[in-house]
Design a protein around this ligand. Structure first.
Ligand SMILES: [Zn+2]
Length: 113
């Protein structure tokens, strides 16, 4: 990607309908961080938007932007993901089982074997 502000500005306007100044406004409002994972980015955050409506939602790192895409912008899938992490279905079926050599496993020494 070009570092030329005119090229960046033109691309933002053409692809996302926002100006370079508006990008900077968003970037500053998010303190230069991805809104979801809060990792700071020195330069570039993706302009995330709803792929169905085109609504510009905010700035995300490339990783989080991909996750949104993988889950098709579907809030129900994100809610199920949160539920999955809070109440893992395997625990309900098997009880608490840990993969060998993990911090939760019996006899874990913290050393790779
Ligand atoms: Zn992120």
């Amino acid at each position: 990607m070009s570092d030329d502000p005119r090229v960046i500005n033109s691309r933002l306007q053409r692809v996302y309908g926002i100006s370079g100044d508006e990008y900077v406004q968003l970037f500053r409002a998010q303190h230069g961080r991805c809104f979801v994972c809060e990792r700071a980015k020195a330069q570039h955050l993706a302009v995330d938007h709803n792929h169905r409506t085109g609504l510009v939602r905010g700035l995300l790192c490339a990783h989080c932007n991909r996750v949104v895409g993988y889950l098709n912008d579907d809030r129900r899938k994100f809610a199920r993901f949160a539920e999955y992490l809070a109440n893992p279905p395997a625990v309900a079926v098997l009880g608490k089982r840990y993969v060998p050599n993990s911090p939760g496993a019996a006899g874990y020494t913290g050393e790779e074997q």
